[in-house]
Write a protein that binds this ligand. Structure first.
Ligand SMILES: [Mg+2]
Length: 112
């Protein structure tokens, strides 16, 4: 795959420690993009009028791609992780989140 070859070329020129710095920077940008998208959805805390919901959503996708790209360049994320490992972790986290919501709902019911 051509893309994997490019990631290998990046790794050959930049130490993985520096690539992880890029991961952290891009993750911070993803955080900012999520907060900006939230502000376009919430009344009472308006953001710059030029930043529409659609623009903020597009920026969120771009930052997700930046984080993934940097992780792939680091060598910690490859085909196996994207196709097998991460979907399994995501399913586990999703179930845990749903369980927490269920527990919260049950506790709220107990208080009534
Ligand atoms: Mg970015």
């Amino acid at each position: 795959m051509e893309q994997l070859k490019e990631f290998e070329e990046i790794r050959a020129q930049i130490p993985v420690t520096e690539i992880l710095t890029v991961v952290a920077e891009e993750a911070a940008e993803l955080t900012h993009a999520a907060l900006k998208l939230r502000r376009t959805m919430k009344l009472g805390n308006p953001t710059d009028e030029t930043i529409t919901f659609q623009k903020a959503q597009a920026n969120l996708y771009e930052e997700i791609a930046d984080v993934l790209c940097a992780l792939m360049a680091s060598g910690f994320i490859g085909e196996y992780e994207l196709d097998t490992l991460l979907p399994g972790i995501i399913m586990h986290k999703l179930e845990r989140w749903a369980d927490r919501l269920k527990e919260q709902k049950q506790k709220a019911g107990e208080l009534v």
